[in-house]
Design a protein around this ligand. Structure first.
Ligand code: FES
Length: 212
């Protein structure tokens, strides 16, 4: 029999992952896609406002065994920690907890860890804890848009050069996308872009324009 590339722990958590599901009244939510494989993971956190501790955490994965096992392990690691402590969890620690991952599968665990960081950021932005990062500018917007996938290429919208223009002015972001307005993916894309940008603390309006 061929030897499995996965540790026993990965296989065990893949079969019986912990903390799978959704939190309907979550305080922070992340949806992260991987440019490397096109898979996706969603993560939800519930936070105690007084202690800033993560009281509940759940994830849903549309990825591979490594991704599911990492989602399971990082949600276990993050539960009960404060937001600042949970931010410190790295994919390396997660991979170590899992007894190692095949090198080719690094991006899968990075994806799960990124989802945790994004959910924390989402919480902080929605609760006015992100002000110290300074005002939103074009660079901030670009950074966010690197987490939005272009469904046509499987790459993010910045690297696939579908974003033609970004303008940030007076609490408003205007984005021009190089895709026809009635394209089958335009509304999904608009929704994903809004989701990533509307929570920015100093932004009131996001306008997404498409080609004629
Ligand atoms: Fe896509 Fe692992 S191959 S998450």
């Amino acid at each position: 029999m061929e030897e499995s590339p996965y540790s026993e722990k990965v296989i065990e958590l893949f079969k019986n992952p912990k903390n799978v599901g959704e939190i309907s009244d979550a305080d922070g939510i992340a949806k992260e896609g991987s440019p490397a494989c096109g898979d996706m993971v969603k993560l939800f956190i519930k936070v105690d406002k007084d202690s800033n501790g993560i009281t509940d955490i759940k994830f849903k994965s549309y990825g591979c065994a490594s991704n599911i096992a990492t989602g399971s392990i990082i949600t276990e690691m993050a539960k009960g920690r404060t937001l600042d402590e949970a931010k410190e969890i790295t994919w390396k620690e997660a991979a170590e907890e899992l007894g190692g991952l095949p090198k080719i599968k690094t991006h899968c665990s990075v994806l799960a860890v990124d989802a945790l960081k994004e959910a924390i950021r989402d919480y902080e932005e929605r609760h006015g804890l992100a002000k110290e990062r300074g005002p939103t500018d074009e660079a901030t917007v670009k950074e966010r848009l690197k987490h939005v996938m272009n469904p046509l290429t499987g790459l993010d919208v910045v690297n696939s050069e579908i974003v033609k223009e970004i303008k940030v002015q007076d609490g408003q972001i205007k984005i021009q996308i190089d895709l026809e307005e009635n394209h089958q993916f335009s509304s999904v894309l608009e929704e994903d872009i809004r989701e990533k940008l509307e929570a920015l603390w100093d932004i009131e309006k996001v306008v997404v324009g498409f080609s004629e």
